[in-house]
Design a protein around this ligand. Structure first.
Ligand code: NAP
Length: 244
Protein backbone atom coordinates (compact mmCIF):
# COMPACT_ATOMS: atom_id res chain seq x y z
CA UNK A 1 0.00 0.00 0.00
CA UNK A 2 1.27 3.50 -0.87
CA UNK A 3 2.32 5.65 2.08
CA UNK A 4 -0.07 8.49 2.91
CA UNK A 5 0.99 12.14 3.18
CA UNK A 6 -1.13 14.97 4.60
CA UNK A 7 0.06 18.40 3.48
CA UNK A 8 -1.53 21.48 5.02
CA UNK A 9 -2.03 24.54 2.82
CA UNK A 10 -1.49 22.61 -0.39
CA UNK A 11 -3.91 24.49 -2.65
CA UNK A 12 -1.10 26.54 -4.18
CA UNK A 13 2.51 27.67 -3.83
CA UNK A 14 4.98 25.60 -1.86
CA UNK A 15 2.28 23.23 -0.54
CA UNK A 16 1.08 22.38 -4.05
CA UNK A 17 4.65 21.74 -5.16
CA UNK A 18 5.22 19.44 -2.17
CA UNK A 19 2.01 17.57 -3.04
CA UNK A 20 3.13 17.00 -6.64
CA UNK A 21 6.63 15.94 -5.60
CA UNK A 22 5.32 13.46 -3.02
CA UNK A 23 2.86 12.07 -5.59
CA UNK A 24 5.82 11.44 -7.91
CA UNK A 25 7.58 9.78 -4.94
CA UNK A 26 4.67 7.33 -4.72
CA UNK A 27 2.60 8.80 -1.90
CA UNK A 28 -1.15 8.94 -1.65
CA UNK A 29 -1.56 12.68 -1.20
CA UNK A 30 -4.08 14.51 0.98
CA UNK A 31 -4.38 18.17 0.00
CA UNK A 32 -5.57 20.45 2.79
CA UNK A 33 -6.72 23.99 2.08
CA UNK A 34 -8.69 26.65 3.95
CA UNK A 35 -10.59 28.84 1.49
CA UNK A 36 -9.25 28.65 -2.05
CA UNK A 37 -11.34 25.70 -3.30
CA UNK A 38 -10.67 26.50 -6.93
CA UNK A 39 -6.89 26.38 -6.47
CA UNK A 40 -7.22 23.19 -4.39
CA UNK A 41 -9.26 21.55 -7.19
CA UNK A 42 -6.58 22.59 -9.70
CA UNK A 43 -3.98 20.87 -7.50
CA UNK A 44 -6.19 17.77 -7.33
CA UNK A 45 -6.54 17.74 -11.13
CA UNK A 46 -2.78 17.89 -11.63
CA UNK A 47 -2.38 15.06 -9.13
CA UNK A 48 -4.98 13.02 -10.99
CA UNK A 49 -3.14 13.60 -14.26
CA UNK A 50 -0.03 12.20 -12.56
CA UNK A 51 -2.08 9.10 -11.69
CA UNK A 52 -1.79 9.79 -7.96
CA UNK A 53 -4.35 8.66 -5.42
CA UNK A 54 -5.53 11.19 -2.84
CA UNK A 55 -8.23 13.47 -1.53
CA UNK A 56 -9.02 17.13 -0.87
CA UNK A 57 -9.69 18.16 2.74
CA UNK A 58 -11.03 21.60 3.56
CA UNK A 59 -10.07 22.63 7.09
CA UNK A 60 -8.83 25.77 8.75
CA UNK A 61 -5.76 24.48 10.59
CA UNK A 62 -6.22 27.12 13.29
CA UNK A 63 -9.47 25.37 14.27
CA UNK A 64 -8.56 22.42 16.51
CA UNK A 65 -11.86 20.60 16.00
CA UNK A 66 -11.67 21.02 12.23
CA UNK A 67 -8.15 19.52 12.29
CA UNK A 68 -9.37 16.56 14.36
CA UNK A 69 -12.23 15.96 11.87
CA UNK A 70 -9.81 16.16 8.94
CA UNK A 71 -7.35 13.68 10.45
CA UNK A 72 -10.19 11.31 11.36
CA UNK A 73 -11.52 11.49 7.77
CA UNK A 74 -8.08 10.71 6.32
CA UNK A 75 -7.50 7.83 8.73
CA UNK A 76 -10.97 6.47 7.89
CA UNK A 77 -10.24 6.66 4.15
CA UNK A 78 -6.67 5.28 4.20
CA UNK A 79 -6.18 3.78 7.66
CA UNK A 80 -3.03 5.80 8.41
CA UNK A 81 -1.00 8.96 7.91
CA UNK A 82 2.71 8.25 7.32
CA UNK A 83 3.88 11.80 6.62
CA UNK A 84 2.55 15.09 7.97
CA UNK A 85 3.80 18.29 6.35
CA UNK A 86 2.89 21.44 8.30
CA UNK A 87 3.05 23.98 5.49
CA UNK A 88 -0.03 26.24 5.81
CA UNK A 89 0.94 29.77 6.63
CA UNK A 90 0.46 33.47 6.11
CA UNK A 91 2.86 36.41 6.16
CA UNK A 92 2.42 40.06 6.98
CA UNK A 93 4.81 42.99 6.98
CA UNK A 94 4.28 45.58 9.69
CA UNK A 95 6.29 47.64 12.13
CA UNK A 96 6.42 45.99 15.54
CA UNK A 97 4.82 49.10 17.07
CA UNK A 98 1.85 48.74 14.68
CA UNK A 99 1.17 45.09 15.56
CA UNK A 100 -2.10 44.39 17.32
CA UNK A 101 -2.80 41.59 19.74
CA UNK A 102 -5.05 40.12 17.06
CA UNK A 103 -2.39 40.05 14.32
CA UNK A 104 0.19 38.69 16.78
CA UNK A 105 -2.24 35.94 17.84
CA UNK A 106 -3.20 35.11 14.25
CA UNK A 107 0.46 34.53 13.37
CA UNK A 108 0.94 32.21 16.36
CA UNK A 109 -2.34 30.44 15.49
CA UNK A 110 -1.48 29.55 11.90
CA UNK A 111 2.18 28.61 12.40
CA UNK A 112 2.51 27.32 15.97
CA UNK A 113 -0.90 26.35 17.36
CA UNK A 114 -1.88 24.72 14.06
CA UNK A 115 1.23 22.51 14.18
CA UNK A 116 0.30 21.57 17.74
CA UNK A 117 -3.24 20.62 16.60
CA UNK A 118 -2.08 18.57 13.60
CA UNK A 119 0.72 16.80 15.48
CA UNK A 120 -1.61 16.06 18.42
CA UNK A 121 -4.12 14.47 16.06
CA UNK A 122 -1.66 12.56 13.84
CA UNK A 123 1.01 11.37 16.31
CA UNK A 124 -1.09 8.81 18.26
CA UNK A 125 -1.48 6.72 15.08
CA UNK A 126 2.22 7.05 14.25
CA UNK A 127 3.22 6.10 17.81
CA UNK A 128 0.96 3.02 17.63
CA UNK A 129 2.60 1.96 14.36
CA UNK A 130 6.07 2.96 15.63
CA UNK A 131 6.78 4.83 12.41
CA UNK A 132 6.11 8.20 10.87
CA UNK A 133 7.53 11.43 9.64
CA UNK A 134 6.75 15.07 10.34
CA UNK A 135 8.19 17.95 8.31
CA UNK A 136 7.52 21.52 9.45
CA UNK A 137 7.90 24.36 6.96
CA UNK A 138 9.62 27.12 8.91
CA UNK A 139 11.53 30.06 7.36
CA UNK A 140 15.00 31.60 7.33
CA UNK A 141 13.39 34.42 9.32
CA UNK A 142 12.79 31.94 12.13
CA UNK A 143 16.56 31.39 12.14
CA UNK A 144 17.83 34.97 11.93
CA UNK A 145 14.81 37.26 12.42
CA UNK A 146 13.32 39.78 9.98
CA UNK A 147 12.72 43.45 10.60
CA UNK A 148 9.02 44.34 10.12
CA UNK A 149 8.11 40.66 10.52
CA UNK A 150 8.69 40.17 14.24
CA UNK A 151 5.50 38.14 14.72
CA UNK A 152 6.23 35.93 11.69
CA UNK A 153 9.88 35.43 12.77
CA UNK A 154 8.79 34.59 16.32
CA UNK A 155 6.24 32.05 15.12
CA UNK A 156 8.72 30.35 12.77
CA UNK A 157 11.40 30.28 15.52
CA UNK A 158 8.85 28.60 17.79
CA UNK A 159 8.12 26.04 15.07
CA UNK A 160 11.84 25.25 14.87
CA UNK A 161 11.95 24.86 18.67
CA UNK A 162 8.95 22.56 18.55
CA UNK A 163 10.63 20.52 15.79
CA UNK A 164 13.73 19.92 17.89
CA UNK A 165 11.95 19.09 21.17
CA UNK A 166 9.34 16.85 19.54
CA UNK A 167 12.05 15.06 17.55
CA UNK A 168 13.75 14.05 20.80
CA UNK A 169 10.48 12.91 22.40
CA UNK A 170 9.15 10.74 19.58
CA UNK A 171 12.42 9.34 18.18
CA UNK A 172 12.17 6.25 20.44
CA UNK A 173 8.78 5.60 18.77
CA UNK A 174 10.43 5.45 15.33
CA UNK A 175 9.17 8.89 14.29
CA UNK A 176 11.37 11.58 12.74
CA UNK A 177 10.57 15.31 12.97
CA UNK A 178 12.46 17.85 10.87
CA UNK A 179 12.06 21.39 9.58
CA UNK A 180 12.68 23.08 6.27
CA UNK A 181 13.57 26.78 6.50
CA UNK A 182 13.20 28.26 3.00
CA UNK A 183 14.66 31.55 1.84
CA UNK A 184 12.76 33.85 -0.52
CA UNK A 185 10.54 31.58 -2.62
CA UNK A 186 8.62 32.88 -5.62
CA UNK A 187 4.96 32.34 -4.62
CA UNK A 188 1.84 34.43 -3.95
CA UNK A 189 3.36 35.14 -0.52
CA UNK A 190 5.84 37.41 -2.32
CA UNK A 191 3.16 39.18 -4.36
CA UNK A 192 3.54 42.30 -2.22
CA UNK A 193 7.16 42.75 -3.34
CA UNK A 194 7.88 45.09 -6.27
CA UNK A 195 9.92 43.90 -9.27
CA UNK A 196 12.77 46.04 -7.95
CA UNK A 197 12.62 44.40 -4.49
CA UNK A 198 12.54 40.94 -6.06
CA UNK A 199 15.58 41.75 -8.20
CA UNK A 200 17.39 43.09 -5.12
CA UNK A 201 16.66 39.91 -3.13
CA UNK A 202 17.85 37.75 -6.04
CA UNK A 203 21.07 39.80 -6.29
CA UNK A 204 21.62 39.53 -2.54
CA UNK A 205 21.22 35.74 -2.74
CA UNK A 206 24.62 34.09 -3.35
CA UNK A 207 23.09 31.63 -5.84
CA UNK A 208 21.67 34.63 -7.72
CA UNK A 209 17.95 33.91 -7.92
CA UNK A 210 14.72 33.58 -5.98
CA UNK A 211 13.85 30.08 -4.85
CA UNK A 212 11.21 27.97 -6.59
CA UNK A 213 8.55 26.00 -4.71
CA UNK A 214 10.21 22.90 -6.20
CA UNK A 215 13.41 23.73 -4.29
CA UNK A 216 11.46 23.39 -1.03
CA UNK A 217 9.59 20.29 -2.21
CA UNK A 218 12.91 18.56 -2.96
CA UNK A 219 14.05 19.14 0.65
CA UNK A 220 10.77 17.73 1.99
CA UNK A 221 11.04 14.72 -0.30
CA UNK A 222 14.58 14.03 0.98
CA UNK A 223 13.63 14.40 4.66
CA UNK A 224 10.68 12.05 4.19
CA UNK A 225 12.78 9.45 2.39
CA UNK A 226 14.77 6.54 3.80
CA UNK A 227 17.93 8.40 2.66
CA UNK A 228 17.23 10.65 5.68
CA UNK A 229 16.62 7.70 8.03
CA UNK A 230 19.27 8.95 10.49
CA UNK A 231 18.21 12.62 10.37
CA UNK A 232 15.87 14.05 12.97
CA UNK A 233 15.44 17.37 14.77
CA UNK A 234 17.29 19.17 11.97
CA UNK A 235 16.60 22.29 9.95
CA UNK A 236 17.38 22.11 6.22
CA UNK A 237 17.61 25.49 4.54
CA UNK A 238 16.90 25.84 0.81
CA UNK A 239 17.75 29.55 0.73
CA UNK A 240 20.35 29.96 -2.03
CA UNK A 241 22.94 30.91 0.58
CA UNK A 242 21.07 34.02 1.76
CA UNK A 243 21.42 32.79 5.34
CA UNK A 244 24.49 30.72 6.16
P1 NAP B 1 0.95 30.83 -0.29
O1 NAP B 1 1.22 30.70 -1.74
O2 NAP B 1 0.32 32.07 0.22
O3 NAP B 1 0.10 29.56 0.19
C1 NAP B 1 -0.32 29.45 1.51
C2 NAP B 1 -1.15 28.19 1.64
O4 NAP B 1 -1.52 28.07 3.02
C3 NAP B 1 -2.43 28.23 0.83
O5 NAP B 1 -2.66 26.95 0.31
C4 NAP B 1 -3.49 28.60 1.87
O6 NAP B 1 -4.77 28.05 1.57
C5 NAP B 1 -2.93 27.88 3.09
N1 NAP B 1 -3.44 28.40 4.36
C6 NAP B 1 -3.28 29.63 4.90
N2 NAP B 1 -3.91 29.70 6.10
C7 NAP B 1 -4.49 28.48 6.30
C8 NAP B 1 -5.27 27.93 7.33
N3 NAP B 1 -5.61 28.65 8.42
N4 NAP B 1 -5.70 26.64 7.22
C9 NAP B 1 -5.37 25.91 6.13
N5 NAP B 1 -4.63 26.38 5.12
C10 NAP B 1 -4.19 27.66 5.20
O7 NAP B 1 2.30 30.71 0.56
P2 NAP B 1 3.65 29.86 0.30
O8 NAP B 1 4.69 30.82 -0.12
O9 NAP B 1 3.36 28.67 -0.54
O10 NAP B 1 3.98 29.45 1.81
C11 NAP B 1 3.85 28.11 2.31
C12 NAP B 1 4.65 28.00 3.61
O11 NAP B 1 6.02 28.32 3.36
C13 NAP B 1 4.19 28.99 4.70
O12 NAP B 1 4.25 28.36 5.95
C14 NAP B 1 5.24 30.09 4.63
O13 NAP B 1 5.36 30.79 5.84
C15 NAP B 1 6.47 29.29 4.27
N6 NAP B 1 7.54 30.08 3.66
C16 NAP B 1 7.33 30.76 2.50
C17 NAP B 1 8.38 31.51 1.96
C18 NAP B 1 8.22 32.29 0.69
O14 NAP B 1 9.12 33.11 0.39
N7 NAP B 1 7.17 32.10 -0.11
C19 NAP B 1 9.62 31.55 2.60
C20 NAP B 1 9.78 30.84 3.78
C21 NAP B 1 8.74 30.10 4.30
P3 NAP B 1 -6.04 29.00 1.21
O15 NAP B 1 -5.63 29.83 0.04
O16 NAP B 1 -7.15 28.07 0.94
O17 NAP B 1 -6.23 29.87 2.42
Amino acid sequence: MAPVALITGASRGIGRSIALRLARDGYTVVVNYRADERAAKDTAQILQALGADGMLCQADVTDEQAVRRMVAAVEKAYGRIDLLVNNAGTAEQALFTDLTTASWGAMMDVHVNAAFYTCSAVLPGMIRRKSGNVVNIASMWGQVGASCEVHYSTAKAALIGMTKALAKEVAPSGIRVNAVAPGAIDTAMMAGFSEEDRRAIAEETPLGRLGKPEDVAAAVSFLASTDAAFITGQVIAPNGGLVI
